[in-house]
Design a protein around this ligand. Structure first.
Ligand code: ADP
Ligand code: MG
Length: 327
């Protein structure tokens, strides 16, 4: 049988073109003191400045051994996916990779605005406005459509893995964390990968095949959270959350959704569907009426001479590193 040369059975890519540097990372980068940017079970992300350029990056330190298992190939896959997505402005850029005896270090474009999670749960005045949600959701969908077109499923889409280039003024999104991502191919089934309880689709809980539609479920949850600041299926414990998901225990007439525009609710309804094949695809979502609503007229901003109806939401050339910091 034919197995694609660069793809193993488990949906992992194994070919990368980024050179893996083995000289000392700390000779080339200095830590910027302060809180670490993030931390997961096996990774910690910290802010560094590249000595020779003065540019700021996020360095993701990933342990190669996890629970006594060698996970180097999974990290190589994460690198390969970032490489595959370099031409999408909505996926974080990979600058360099270092390797030590125990770790791999991914030097990533720094997303200065942090996780969209923070705005999701913020007080009303700091929370996203409906037009922000529409603009950011379009970017997320364009990023995901690009990945899906290239047979990559993210499988861990949640507000902690969608970052912002800046938070005030609100910048653009960057999708991060391809640690659970997989290649989906027509000739082999993928099951069993586990995301984060609140955001996983019913087919994951039921050990049914995973597909690009699995991400689309999570997009539905994400939309709900960005619009309401609450998590639609979260129960008091894991069991209850799983039950809520597998029973699609969601009400569209709750207090949380009061005042949310009907097209946005229809959008979520087209995704939070048990049967994966019936969910809207990323491309279909981009055509959804909710996302066709025109952006609000620009506020006069000094030199601003924007004709009504014209927007600046088309991505300008996204360069190598964190824009939006200088403003
Ligand atoms: P994990 O696999 O441990 O979840 P992530 O790649 O999601 O690792 O990184 C963990 C956290 O670190 C993210 O949720 C985010 O808060 C922060 N982070 C990751 N990458 C960046 C980046 N490029 N810029 C700024 N913060 C980042
Ligand atoms: Mg993460």
């Amino acid at each position: 049988q034919v197995v694609e040369a660069n793809q193993s059975r488990s949906g992992l890519l194994s070919d990368i073109r980024t050179p893996i540097k083995t000289d000392a990372f700390h000779d080339h980068y200095s830590l910027i003191p302060g809180r670490e940017l993030g931390r997961g079970k096996f990774a910690v992300v910290k802010k560094y400045v590249e000595k020779c350029t003065g540019k700021v990056y996020a360095a993701k330190f990933m342990r190669k051994r996890r629970k006594g298992q060698d996970c180097r190939l999974e990290i190589i896959h994460e690198i390969a996916v970032l490489e595959l997505a370099t031409s999408s402005p909505w996926v974080v850029d990979l600058h360099e990779v270092y390797e030590t005896a125990s770790e791999m270090i991914l030097v990533l474009e720094f997303a200065a605005g942090g996780e969209i999670f923070n705005q999701c749960v913020a007080e009303r005045d700091e929370a996203f406005k409906p037009e922000d949600v529409r603009r950011l959701m379009r970017q997320i969908l364009e990023g995901i459509a690009y990945l899906h077109k290239n047979s990559v499923v993210h499988l861990d889409l949640k507000p902690q893995n969608i970052l912002l280039t800046s938070d005030s003024p609100l910048g653009d999104i960057k999708i991060v964390d391809f640690g659970l991502s997989r290649m989906v191919s027509s000739n082999q089934e993928l099951r069993e990968i586990m995301g984060t309880p609140e955001y996983v689709a019913p087919e994951i809980l039921n050990y049914e095949p995973i597909s690009t539609a699995t991400d689309m479920w999570s997009i539905g949850v994400l939309a709900y959270m960005m619009l309401t600041g609450t998590s639609p299926f979260l129960g008091d414990d894991k069991q209850e959350t799983f039950l809520n998901i597998s029973q699609i225990n969601i009400s569209y007439s709750t207090e949380e959704l009061q005042g949310i525009e009907q097209p946005a609710i229809d959008f979520m309804k087209s995704l939070l569907i048990k049967e994966p094949q019936q969910r809207a695809t990323a491309e279909e979502c981009l055509q959804h009426p909710w996302l066709q609503l025109p952006p609000p007229p620009k506020e006069a901003e000094g030199a601003g001479d924007t004709a009504s109806g014209q927007t600046c939401s088309v991505p300008l050339t996204i360069s190598e590193s964190g824009e939006g910091e200088q403003g």
